[in-house]
Design a binder for this molecule. Structure first.
Ligand SMILES: *Cc1c(COP(=O)(O)O)cnc(C)c1O
Length: 388
């Protein structure tokens, strides 16, 4: 008996699925240095351009001066400091919910919420394209786990018929690899009819969506009666790190009492919470970031369609170009890189087999001229891949 890691790695390489980590030698922003090469990047989730914002940096620095660096302990011991608490109150107010609870990562927030709410004898129903952290959470919970067809309220309804115990319906708000929006009005209606709760992970909606950046629930005007568990992450449009769950007083207390991924981990550095308080302020007040982003999205879609690229049904800064074959997706990514443009190729198992794609993401930090550079490079490189 031995672990044959070598053949496992070789198989992955042969399937064009081998992954490598680009080494970033600069802060986040449209112009980055990767593996020593200056590149114009369209692959970060820093949708509003706040990850390297001078005021957010300053808030982090001041936070470190006042609160030190480490969180020191878990929230329940002695790690819950003033900035964490102030941020929770600000996020509750922002989402219009009684309370919010801060986590160190979105992955942990999802594990925490699902496993604290359902277990053996219960049911968790998930969109089949949900983020990996939600799928992992469903499996870990021990509840009966079933995936419904992507964004399909009828498919959800038929699974709800067979559900037992407490039932939690879980969906991404904006699907992270496709960029489309969950059909929340219909999903929530179907769930409500069966007394199921709805949990929405709006990692990619907070910031870009909603008049004030309040994400998909703001866009659709949905409240606590429709979406009982609302998750946001802070490492994307907020530009910092961490995540939150927002909901009722009872929900948040339940997480504090029972959610193991909340209880058994050190709090995030308080200075990071100071930085997020500042980025939340900018995210809410600087509507021009959302407006500029919306113009870039419209221009990208128009330009890409003119080139003949296959886009997806996405009104968000996530604008995938569907290629299909992993090798061809890698090729297009490499051709763009040779022209100084960085766009990540996303392959199975992150996306379903046969749906490899280039995941273009746009940011309010991109200029219109930078977007035109991307379109020109795509126009030049695409025929080579299409006709290969
Ligand atoms: C990025 C992401 C997460 C994980 O959040 P982290 O804070 O990066 O751990 C969870 N859900 C979705 C939909 C995401 O895109």
């Amino acid at each position: 008996m031995s672990f044959d890691l070598q053949s496992r790695l070789a198989e992955r390489r042969a399937a064009h699925l081998y992954r490598q980590r680009p080494l970033l030698d600069s802060p986040q922003g449209p112009e980055v240095v990767v593996d020593g090469q200056p590149l114009l990047a369209f692959c970060s989730n820093d949708y509003l351009g706040l990850a390297n914002h001078p005021e957010v940096i300053r808030a982090l620095q001041r936070g470190a001066e006042q609160w030190g660096v480490g969180g020191g302990a878990s929230h329940l011991v002695i790690g819950h400091s003033g900035p964490h608490h102030a941020l929770e109150e600000a996020l509750a107010e922002f989402t219009g919910r009684p309370r919010a609870l801060l986590f160190s990562t979105g992955y942990m927030a999802n594990l925490a919420a699902v496993t604290a709410l359902v277990g053996q004898g219960d049911t968790v129903l998930e969109d089949r394209l949900n983020h990996a952290s939600l799928l992992d959470a469903g499996l870990l919970s021990g509840a009966r786990f079933s995936r419904y067809l992507h964004n399909d309220a009828a498919s959800l309804a038929s699974r709800l018929e067979k559900a037992t115990g407490n039932t939690l319906v879980v969906t991404d708000g904006v699907f992270s690899m496709d960029g489309d929006l969950a059909d929340l009005p219909n999903l929530c209606t179907v769930a409500k009819a069966k007394g199921a709760w709805v949990m929405v992970d709006d990692a990619h909606g907070f910031g870009p969506l909603g008049a004030n950046g309040g994400g998909i629930v703001e866009q659709f005007g949905l409240g606590l009666d429709d979406v009982q568990v609302l998750v946001g992450t802070l490492g994307k449009a907020f530009g910092t790190a961490g995540a939150f769950v927002a909901g009722s007083e009872e929900l948040i207390e339940t997480l504090i009492q029972f959610a193991r991924p909340y209880i058994y981990t050190t709090s995030q550095p308080p200075a990071v919470a100071c930085a997020t308080l500042k980025s939340l302020e900018l995210l809410r007040s600087e509507g021009w970031r959302r407006e500029h982003l919306a113009r870039l999205i419209a221009r990208f879609r128009e330009g890409a369609e003119a080139i003949g690229l296959a886009l997806m049904d996405s009104p968000t800064p996530i604008q995938p170009i569907l290629i299909g074959d992993s090798e061809r997706a890698m090729k297009l990514s490499a051709l763009l890189k040779a022209r100084g443009i960085l766009v990540g190729a996303i392959r199975p198992p992150t996306v379903p087999a046969g749906s490899a794609r280039l995941r273009v993401t746009l940011s309010a930090a991109h200029s219109e001229a930078q977007l035109e550079r991307l379109l020109e490079a795509l126009a030049a490189c695409w025929p080579e891949v299409r006709d290969a």
